[in-house]
Ligand binder design. Sequence first.
Ligand SMILES: [Fe+2]
Ligand SMILES: [Fe+2]
Length: 225
Amino acid sequence: MKGSVSLINLCDIQHNPEIEMLMVKVHEYLGTMGAITHDEEHALYVARLGVHILGALGYPEREQRLAEIAGYLHDIGNVVNRHQHGLSGALLAFDLLKRLGMPAEEIATVISAIGNHEENSGYAVSNVAAAVILADKSNVHRSRVRKEDVATFSTHDRVNYAATTSFLQIDPDQREILMNLEIDSAIVSVFDYFEIFLSKMLLCRRAANFLQCRFGLIINGSHFL
Ligand SMILES: [Fe+2]
Ligand SMILES: [Fe+2]
């Protein structure tokens, strides 16, 4: 990879007017279908947690920065369509990053992470991809639900609404990544959670394994994986 002078970092991405507009439109368009929030707050959550995961596990600084960029951009494909937004997002990011002057090897790392973050087709193909998967799937929280009428909630909304706490614990010595959730069982059962999130958790387990860690899931204090 090239020297630090030409390296592209998150601040270059955040202040790019095209990317700024696409991020705004992603949130706006998904709002029309009542989907949970995919705003800049979610993008920054995934970006920052991706950095934290790789940093805590001792991966190189530049990989952390690429996880930050991929995390920030991972949902940008929703501006095209919700379906297969990982793939469309990867192609959008390719063009944007190329024009910003990012080296091809780094572009490959970022777009493969974006293109592999969805549970139906994703795969932890690199440390950066694994970090983005884990960071994205752990952002389950009631603050992301946009609908106000509980009667209109999908199961996906209910699970997010029921989640009052969600965080990752990373133990570099034990090589363990634990996803901790507190779920209000008056809103959803643990069964509902698994109905919606099992495929996401299995992808997280593969991502943690790629990072040579064991993955654990703790819901309301009980271990499930
Ligand atoms: Fe996504
Ligand atoms: Fe996301």
